[in-house]
Each structure stands twice: as structure tokens, then as C-alpha cells.
Design a protein around this ligand. Structure first.
Ligand code: SAM
Ligand code: SF4
Length: 329
């Protein structure tokens, strides 16, 4: 194995978040409120299967064992099953996850699983179909919920559900969400709304801190679980009376970045050290031949020296990331 990816703060990187498209068919208020707009650059094609294979091989050779395929909406790619298969067949990768809006799940999750998908996150911002429509711009609540049922049917033992909680929209739904997971092996992940370059007013209006939820969970007998090395940044809580679990993702909390274990590659092949704060480093010129692997690894290693200790979101920095669909949330 080549030298493990590690930065100057001794953080080790086991986890790659790979965006395979910027395109999305939903219009979430906090992400793409006006829907997807093509960049206008005709030369900007998304990563091909051979390019994906080379990226994942280089990461795996430096200690990465988990890859999350994200976007935009990753399942809009026609070759999504082949992408999963390519990642799953890379020696060293034992977890292949995706984050999806669930639009194609009911029809395709069986194929994804057969291709080698091991973990699935689906975004469901409300259990009320009308609120779901209002937040996502799509009247697809029942379709997404059937997708979750189907995921269990085809053999996923747990499904993670991402919820961005927003004041005056879905924040009052906590009891309904808790009721939903009482007898279901779902890990609900409440994500604090993050401020991105294209959003300001929405953030001021709807941001709600996870602290109040955490206090309420602890008061109700939920217990914080220990973290595994390639787990995400969620604080996961369990309760004896619930089959489901709750994860809190609180990026504004002090020390959130101390446990960072992931690097990101955008759908156009740029390496991002962080979701926020920089415009990415070109990798594509080194993805054209298998023989370029050592050069590719050297470029990534060199960039690790620049990884910042924190995203500085708490200081109002939203960096150059216009919205999370551009490099995958
Ligand atoms: N389209 C897929 C989906 O929605 O699940 C994958 C991409 S989406 C960018 C990944 C995750 O980021 C979703 O769970 C979404 O809710 C979350 N997200 C997007 N913008 C966000 C923001 N400004 N703050 C917090 N979470 C956000
Ligand atoms: Fe699309 Fe996901 Fe962004 Fe919603 S959060 S607009 S589903 S990329």
C-alpha cells in the first residue's frame, strides 16, 4: 500500500465522497431552489467509468475503504449500476454507499444491491406529503417511501434517512419522525442547515441548531454511541425502546472538523479537501491512463498539506461552494 492519506493535523482519510453528476431532478429549497441549471460549458462532461475506476483505485491503494457515490442525484446517471459495480470491485473497498433523493429507489434498489451497494442514505425532509412537496419541489413522497420499503425487501438491514431540519417548516415534526423509527431499523440523520454561497436569507430564516434536539433526546433516555473509524461526523444516539437510531450532524459545533476522515472528488474530477472554502484541484489530467496512478497519488498527497483545520462555517464562511449539489453533500 502507498502511504496512507493523512494531513498535518494527523487526521487519516479512509472515506471518499465521489460525486458522479451535478444534475438533479428535485428543487430542494436549501440546495437547488430554481432546479438544476447546466453550467453552459459544453466540454464539462462528468467522470467516465474508467476515470472513476482510476480515482477509486488510487484512494483504495492509500487506505480508503469506504466510498459514497453522490451528486446531484447519482441515480440519474444511466450507468449508475455500473458505477456501483466498478467501485465495489475495487480491491480494498468494502463499503459502497450512496446518497439519493429516492426518486428511482423503488424501481432500481434491487439492481443497485446486486451491483454491490452496501449502504444507502435517502433524503426525506418531511413525513407530511404536502410539506415534502413544499421543501423538495416534487410531489414524490409516496414514491420515496415505497423506495425505502423496497430497500428493506431486497435485503438492506438498515436504511439511513437524511433530514434537514428547518425552523417554521419541518422542525416541529420531531415526534412524528421518532414514532416512525420506533419499530423500523432506520437511522434518522438530522442535518443542520448549512449556509452555502447561493443562500443567505433562507439560512437566517430557517437555521435551527441541533443542540436543543440533543438535549431533548438525552432527557428522553437516548444514549450516545461510540464512533467507528470510518463513520461520518454524526453523533449517533440509541434507545432501548426504539429499533431505529438518531444521528445528529451539527457542522456549526466546535470541533466538528476534528474527526474529519473524508475527501471529496467532484463530478468534474476536482479534488476538494472540504465541502466548503476552496474551488478544488484538478485531477482529470491524471485519470487518463492506469500508468498515471503514482503521479495522481502524489498530487493528492501534496494537497493534503493544505487541508485546513476547520471549515470556519461558524465565522460565516460559506466559501466558494454555491450549493451542495455541486460537490455532493
Ligand atoms: N440528491 C441526493 C440527496 O438529496 O440525497 C444526494 C445529494 S444531496 C446534495 C446530499 C445531502 O445534502 C442531502 O441529504 C441534502 O438534504 C443535504 N443538503 C443539501 N444542501 C444542504 C444544506 N445547505 N444544508 C444541509 N444539508 C444539505
Ligand atoms: Fe437534488 Fe439532493 Fe440538492 Fe435536493 S438536496 S436538490 S435532491 S441534490
Amino acid at each position: 500500500m502507498a502511504q496512507q492519506f493523512e494531513d498535518k493535523f494527523h487526521r487519516k482519510f479512509y472515506y471518499l465522497r465521489l460525486s458522479v453528476t451535478d444534475v438533479c431532478n428535485f428543487k430542494c429549497t436549501y440546495c437547488l431552489p430554481d432546479g438544476y441549471k447546466p453550467s453552459g460549458n459544453k466540454n464539462s462532461s462528468f467522470l467516465s467509468l474508467p476515470e472513476i475506476k482510476r480515482i477509486v483505485t488510487a484512494f483504495a491503494d492509500c487506505g480508503t475503504n469506504k466510498v459514497r457515490i453522490t451528486g446531484g442525484e447519482p441515480s440519474l446517471r444511466r450507468d449508475f449500476p455500473e458505477i456501483i459495480e466498478t467501485v465495489a470491485n475495487t480491491p480494498g473497498i468494502d463499503k459502497v454507499a450512496t446518497t439519493t433523493n429516492g426518486y428511482r429507489m423503488a424501481n432500481q434498489v434491487d439492481t443497485w444491491r446486486q451491483a454491490g451497494l452496501t449502504n444507502i442514505n435517502v433524503s426525506v425532509d418531511s413525513l407530511d406529503p404536502r410539506m415534502f412537496h413544499q421543501i423538495t419541489g416534487e410531489n414524490k413522497f409516496h414514491q420515496v417511501m415505497s423506495g425505502i420499503d423496497k430497500a428493506f425487501e431486497v435485503g438492506f438491514e438498515q436504511v439511513k434517512v437524511n433530514v434537514v431540519l428547518m425552523k417554521d417548516l419541518n422542525a416541529g415534526e420531531l415526534p412524528a419522525f421518532l414514532h416512525w423509527i420506533k419499530n423500523k431499523p432506520i437511522q434518522l440523520r438530522f442535518i443542520e442547515l448549512m449556509q452555502t454561497g447561493e443562500m443567505d436569507e433562507l439560512f437566517q430564516k430557517h437555521h435551527v441548531s441541533g443542540v436543543a434536539i440533543r438535549n431533548q433526546l438525552i432527557a428522553d433516555g437516548w444514549i450516545l454511541k461510540a464512533r467507528g473509524v470510518n463513520d461520518g461526523p454524526a453523533q449517533v444516539f440509541v434507545h432501548a425502546d426504539y429499533l431505529g437510531e438518531i444521528g445528529l450532524i451539527m457542522p456549526y459545533e466546535k470541533n466538528f472538523c476534528a474527526s474529519c476522515n473524508r475527501l471529496r472528488v467532484s463530478a468534474l474530477g476536482k479534488l476538494h479537501m472540504c465541502l466548503f472554502g476552496e474551488c478544488g484541484v484538478e485531477l482529470r489530467d491524471l485519470l487518463q491512463e492506469d500508468s498515471q496512478e503514482q503521479e495522481l497519488i502524489a498530487r493528492i498527497q501534496a494537497q493534503l498539506a493544505n487541508k485546513s483545520v476547520s471549515h470556519f462555517l461558524q465565522d460565516g464562511n460559506s466559501g466558494s461552494t454555491p450549493h451542495l449539489a455541486s460537490i455532493g453533500g
